[in-house]
Write a protein that binds this ligand. Structure first.
Ligand code: 9MR
Length: 588
């Protein structure tokens, strides 16, 4: 009996110890405090959003012992129409001491942890670029580089069939071509030229804007020990594939795809026949732009890659010529048969902006004024917008401004007018961020919240970085950082949208490898598409959309069924890569 009593007491005691231990370690952060869950630079802006209009003050406390190190008053309350919330801001920019912290709001709770440190964004910046390695087709990912996400090769793509929509006398329907390598586009296994266009342009631009910083960035990929910067090795993986998508007449196949999406299986198990389909004007022009830009970048690596730069320029010119001869060959998926194709369309029926981008990149690389003339940029500036996959001409403006010294002697380029336009766009974003309840540029237009809205956020950030590079004015860098903060947690869902970063981050992206590899953690460094009020995936998501998802900025579910809000894609990762690395390079 005595023994039983002792046993009972011991069990009680041990469960008490476990419970209190658990309490301390899993102390739940408040979902009402929204902030960048990764890190802030000591000298940079630091803002959190508090979803509690009654709260008055906040404190910064040390993560370990909860000692208060800073306190302040919250801003006035304001409504954010995109989330229906009334929120206040906590500005702790004045606190600059490095360390690990929580933000505490009396009556509301504690935030997720964050750090204040030099190189605050280094790790997410690197991981988001390394994510492209994980997207590689046609190769094993050994543990040495891929860690626990090691996997077998998928899609050798060395026996790809030519679809009847792309048939020619020398490549008849059903004949085979080899088109290996490249990155999987997204959560699916397609390889799409149009979407590779803006993705490659963005990554090359990062390299052109911050060459010294990017040369030193090591990613632990198989090519890390060669003489090329890792970012160029990684882009080369996709560039080699893109080059193989050009037909003998200069036209470029719209995409390489299976007839239908594969089920949620690993790459090595996704074995449907692959096809190249119809050559399109949009794909051909995107290819012309990318290969022209690549040609001038790889010119400096003639020793390591003899002849590559010249070949790229020839290919670019041929593509551009083909597009001029076929100006209205729009991709028309609905007309494809034998087989019919149901994968991502990336159909774009307005290719003026692609013409402008391709012509401009060719002008910069060759110095030939005829291309600039054909781009007709200056008379059309008001139509230029924040870049997205079907809307690429603003990339031409970025390239023109950063490569001024290449054509300065040619006084027909009015760089002042172009710069003015970029700054006007940037000023609009800065102004909105000052009045916005969340303090972010994101939301300047209703249309910001669409499929892949997080890429709009990141692309706004790139525009702001361009404005900063042109003027050195802090307001642009701060607004760019605000959008970065949004992506890492200061948003109406409370999620950090970059897998692997932040205590509450995306865990279940619509991404075939992450869903089928039996590893709990998703592949790291991937950016979720983000809030999308279109909810095109509603039917497959079994009532997971509830009332709380009824606003544009809250329409996000962290479930793999949600291909419309939680897929990942190369054209969404690339602007995150640009934004995070640019801020890191500037603040270094
Ligand atoms: O990013 C694309 C988005 O703008 C379109 O509205 C959507 C529907 O056509 O497609 C998105 O792209 C998807 C592509 O078609 C296939 N791979 C996954 C892409 C991201 O969801």
């Amino acid at each position: 009996m005595q023994n039983l009593k002792t046993l009972f007491f011991l069990v009680l005691l041990s469960s008490f110890i476990t419970a209190s231990g658990q309490n301390r370690s899993s102390e739940k952060a408040s979902d009402s405090i929204r902030l960048n869950q990764v890190g802030f630079y000591p000298e940079g802006p630091k803002t959190a959003v508090i979803v509690n209009p009654k709260a008055q003050t906040f404190e910064i406390i040390r993560a370990g012992d909860h000692k208060k190190v800073f306190s302040g008053n919250l801003s006035a309350a304001k409504e954010w129409p995109y989330s229906g919330e009334t929120v206040k801001q906590a500005d702790f920019s004045a606190y600059t001491t490095p360390g690990k912290y929580l933000l505490h709001v009396p009556g509301t709770g504690n935030s997720y942890p964050f750090s204040i440190e030099n190189h605050a964004l280094k790790e997410p910046a690197k991981a988001s670029l390394k994510a492209f390695y994980y997207q590689r087709a046609s190769t094993d990912l050994p543990e040495k580089y891929a860690g626990k996400w090691a996997r077998m090769a998928g899609h050798p793509d060395n026996k790809v069939k030519v679809h009847n929509s792309a048939a020619t006398a020398t490549r008849p329907a059903g004949s085979l071509i080899s088109s290996p390598k490249g990155w999987y586009d997204a959560g699916d296994y397609g390889k799409y030229v149009v979407n590779s266009g803006i993705t490659m342009g963005t990554l090359f631009s990062l390299f052109e804007d911050f060459p010294e910083y990017m040369k030193n960035l090591r990613l632990n990929i198989p090519e890390s020990d060669n003489q090329l910067p890792d970012i160029l090795d990684e882009t080369l993986w996709n560039l080699r594939w893109m080059m193989s998508m050009q037909d003998e007449d200069g036209g470029v196949y719209h995409k390489l795809t299976s007839a239908n999406f594969h089920p949620m299986v690993m790459p090595a198990e996704a074995k449907q026949q692959r096809w190249v389909v119809q050559k399109s004007t949009a794909a051909t022009l995107d290819f012309a732009a990318v290969s022209a830009q690549a040609s001038r970048i790889f010119k400096k690596y003639e020793k390591e890659l003899p002849g590559l730069s010249d070949s790229l320029l020839v290919m670019s010119k041929n593509a551009y010529q083909w597009a001029k001869e076929h100006p209205g060959k729009y991709y028309n998926q609905r007309e494809l048969k034998d087989p019919a194709v149901s994968t991502g369309a990336y159909g774009d029926r307005n290719v003026k902006d692609e013409f402008q981008w391709a012509a401009t990149e060719l002008f910069i690389t060759t110095g030939n004024a005829r291309y600039y003339d054909e781009a007709s940029i200056e008379e059309d500036l008001n139509s230029f917008q924040i870049p997205s996959w079907p809307n690429v001409n603003t990339l031409a403006l970025y390239s023109l401004l950063r490569n001024r010294e290449k054509y300065e002697d040619q006084n027909f380029v009015n760089t002042n007018t172009i710069q003015k336009h970029i700054l006007a766009m940037a000023d609009e974003l800065v102004e909105y961020s000052k009045t916005s309840a969340y303090g972010v540029p994101m939301g300047v237009k209703n249309s910001d919240f669409a499929w892949g809205s997080n890429s709009e956020t990141a692309n706004q950030g790139i525009l702001l970085i361009q404005a900063y590079l042109l003027t050195q004015e802090e307001k642009y860098l701060d607004a760019a950082t605000a959008n970065l903060d949004y992506l890492l947690g200061r948003n109406a869902t409370g999620y950090s949208f970059l897998t692997g970063f932040g205590e509450k981050s995306t865990r279940h992206p619509h991404h075939r490898p992450s869903e089928s590899d039996n590893i709990e953690d998703p592949v790291p460094g991937l950016l979720a598409g983000g809030p999308n009020p279109g909810q095109q995936d509603k039917a497959g998501c079994d009532n997971l959309y509830t009332e709380k998802h009824n606003y544009p900025a809250t329409s996000y579910i962290d479930e793999s069924c949600s291909y419309a809000s939680n897929e990942i894609a190369i054209n969404w990762n690339a602007p995150f890569v640009y934004l995070a690395n640019a801020i890191e390079a500037i603040r270094e």
